[in-house]
Design a protein around this ligand. Structure first.
Ligand code: ARG
Ligand code: ASP
Length: 720
């Protein structure tokens, strides 16, 4: 009976699962194309990706290596998330001109703000180069040698394959090493800030609403790409001109309704959709709980300090958001994996896999894969847990220890490369740490330390604990370290690093924070990391063979490659969902919902008064739908981190939304995509236009756009 239920579940999921997947845009022909048309797409796949003519892909650059953006005007104007442009907006802000709080709008191109170290990358062409990358590797049986040869081939090919002088060749692996693709790219480095709403719009709901539906966030910002006179990439110059794109997205004023086709085009970072069940068990039962508990404690301490002291709140706001983002995601992911029965479903499909292997007579190649996974994952477990503890406690959450670790690395540089490298690195470190100390509060950090060292001692695998923290009195150790360490202040640190190398090293080794980190890091680098890497290399090789087997044995199902920060197409429909018994979520939110959440003066749910005025006056221009302003909507598009800022495109190629998040119940989609509850969250493009036009009065920007009415039979004239 239980089996039957599971079988039905499996069947339902497999038929619905048609809608998951992150596809390579140059390979949509065939089953994807058919499915997209069935879902309502009215374009040809050549309109999405074409090498010889302009296509949608020419409007979708990778934003600063981690987010996605899209070109929305013939003058190189691009749209991305507020949280993707956050550090640029912050870097131009001062107490007098606080663009985070008040927003920023360039009403003339001359007012656009130049950004250091910001770049966007376009894809010119995608090509399969598997054979060339794997050349000369078939006979290599040693995994490490094989990988070294592959790396060598990749670097030779990247250098020698034809491209224009201003372009780059990048080779990336797909299907865990079963396929390699070449990307010819163009990277623009003069990208200027054009517009950003105040944080109370761009980050409305902040951490409380993060990863959650219903959502009401105007998570967008605007930039512009500049090029040289030949429209090619160039570093900043006042002579640069706005970039003329090969394609830019028209913007639909007609909005979306439930069941409308949507396509999300962007650069998903990393997924793990093909893990064996034992790996997921480890994530659910060991790794996620450990990381969640650590961050839980760190966040509680920080929150306590931030609530009492406004200066600390400002110092820690961005760090807090960064730590909270994945803390919250792991909680949702763990719950979702449990609720969706991901492990049981994987186990069932592993049984099916095993039967197929036997049927195909492939026991010799694939018969022991699952038991090998079992063996290696069991073996890696303590190393994986210990690694997470070290990384989370020392490198990520206790700031004094992460500074001490940088100094530990400095000492290692001296041991490995001698005096000159040591001095160079030391000087670099001194200058790079000045920013860190502006936002460092030693009391707060001491409290975090006390909590986390206690956890480390009690919960991380005993065999990797240095004697000094077995049975540690965390309070006592915290006060010993924080009352004496020179790493607490920038001035003391600089003094500590002054003098000849011998003195500096002796001083470092006298510091109690340094001493502790040295003990922990020595164990990490000698006993944890090497063994972890060794087993992990074996697991990667198994994963590659497992993928190969699945591709071979499931010839007529479509298997998409895990995300790897390359350009992908994902598609689906606008759709609500049922998160729990007797609860139904509809797919679109409105400005009325922002008002419902409004808490005057609150740091998460405050609203700008001008927005309230517009709401009260119902001054919505052409952007309203039945007298209401839509804010966010959700769909069945399979997205992940990196898809932030991705365009949501309608059936005909027009922009309808801006991707920025996923729903709480579906955050496990990186490991197991369940189409019944996995949803991506997008800003309705009409909310963006409404804010640009009615809130900011940026008519100059609205005038650049191509506004269209794809749903109305006769194209209406652009609003004026
Ligand atoms: N959860 C989204 C993502 O992973 C949005 C993060 C930014 N928003 C925030 N409140 N921290 O990037
Ligand atoms: N918020 C994520 C991003 O920044 C998107 C996601 O994880 O769904 O890319």
């Amino acid at each position: 009976m239980r089996f039957l239920k599971l079988f039905v579940l499996l069947f339902v999921i497999q038929t619905q699962a048609q809608q998951g997947g992150m596809w390579v845009p140059s390979l949509l022909k065939g089953m994807n194309e058919t499915e997209m048309k069935d879902l309502g797409m009215k374009m040809s796949i050549k309109e999405i990706y074409d090498v010889n003519n302009s296509s949608l892909k020419d409007a979708v650059p990778h934003f600063n290596g981690g987010c996605t953006s899209e070109v929305i005007s013939p003058k190189g104007l691009i749209l991305t998330n507020h949280h993707c442009g956050y550090s640029q907006i912050q870097s131009h802000s001062t107490v007098e001109k606080d663009y985070l709080t008040d927003g920023f709008w360039a009403y003339k191109m001359e007012d656009e703000l130049v950004n250091e170290n910001l770049y966007v990358t376009f894809i010119v062409k995608i090509e399969d180069v598997t054979a060339a990358v794997l050349e000369g590797t078939a006979t290599l049986t040693n995994e490490a040698e094989k990988q070294a040869k592959i790396q060598e081939n990749i670097s030779t090919l990247s250098r020698t394959l034809p491209k224009e002088s201003w372009q780059e060749n990048k080779i990336r692996t797909f299907y865990e090493g079963n396929q390699y693709m070449l990307f010819i790219t163009e990277t623009f480095t003069d990208v200027r800030l054009v517009g950003a709403p105040p944080t109370s719009i761009g980050k409305f709901g902040s951490d409380t609403d993060n990863w959650v539906w219903p959502r009401h966030t105007g998570d967008f910002s605007l930039f512009r790409i500049y090029a040289d006179k030949n429209n090619r990439p160039a570093n900043y110059s006042k002579d640069n001109v706005p970039y003329t794109p090969k394609h830019f997205l028209p913007i639909s004023l007609d909005g979306v309704a439930e069941d409308d086709f949507t396509l999300v085009f962007g650069y998903p970072g990393k997924t793990n959709e093909y893990l064996p069940s034992i790996a997921i068990e480890q994530i659910v039962n060991e790794l996620n709980p450990a990381k969640i508990e650590i961050r839980d404690k760190a966040l509680k301490v920080a929150d306590g300090f931030m609530r009492k002291d406004n200066a600390i709140k400002i110092q820690y706001a961005s760090k807090y958001a960064g730590i909270a983002n994945y803390w919250k995601k792991w909680i949702g992911e763990t719950q979702g994996l449990k609720k969706s029965n991901a492990i049981a479903i994987k186990k069932e499909s592993e049984k099916v896999f095993q039967t197929k292997v036997v049927k195909a007579g492939k026991q010799k190649e694939y018969g022991s894969l699952l038991s090998d996974f079992e063996k290696n994952y069991t073996e890696i477990a303590p190393y994986a847990v210990a690694r997470d503890y070290f990384q989370e406690v020392v490198l990520r959450n206790t700031e004094l220890l992460s500074v001490a670790f940088k100094l530990y690395q400095l000492e290692q540089v001296y041991k490995a490369n001698g005096e000159q490298s040591f001095t160079d690195r030391k000087n670099n470190l001194i200058s790079s740490l000045s920013g860190f100390y502006k936002n460092f509060n030693s009391n707060l950090d001491q409290n975090v330390f006390e909590q986390l060292i206690d956890l480390y001692a009690k919960k991380s695998p005993k065999e990797f604990l240095p004697p000094s923290i077995v049975n540690v009195d965390a309070t006592k150790l915290a006060s010993e370290i924080y009352s004496t360490s020179k790493l607490k202040s920038y001035t003391d640190l600089k003094t500590l690093l002054t003098g000849d190398t011998k003195t500096v090293l002796a001083n470092l080794n006298n510091d109690k924070a340094f001493q502790l980190v040295k003990e922990l890091a020595d164990i990490y680098s000698k006993e944890i990391a090497p063994k972890y890497d060794e087993i992990n290399l074996r697991i990667s090789a198994l994963q590659r063979t497992y993928m190969k087997a699945q591709l071979e044995l499931n010839k007529d199902s479509r298997i998409f490659p895990d995300a790897n920060s390359t350009l992908r197409v994902t598609y689906g429909k606008v759709k609500g969902y049922e998160p729990k018994d007797a609860t139904v979520y509809t797919p679109i939110t409105y400005l009325d919902g922002v008002m419902e959440k409004y808490v005057p003066g609150d740091y998460e749910f405050d609203m700008p008064s001008k927005l309230i005025d517009l709401y009260n006056a119902k001054d919505y221009g052409v952007y309203a739908e039945n007298g209401k302003i839509p804010v966010n909507f959700i769909g069945t598009n399979h997205t992940t981190g990196g898809n932030s800022g991705s365009p949501a495109i309608d059936a005909k190629g027009n922009l309808v939304g801006l991707n920025f998040d996923r729903v709480w119940e579906g955050t496990m989609s990186d490991i197991y995509y369940d189409p019944s509850i996995c949803r991506n969250i997008m800003v309705d493009v009409r909310y963006i236009l409404f804010i640009m036009d009615k809130y900011a009065g940026a008519q100059n920007l609205i005038d650049e756009l191509k506004l269209v009415h794809p749903k109305k039979t006769k194209a209406l004239k652009n609003k004026k």
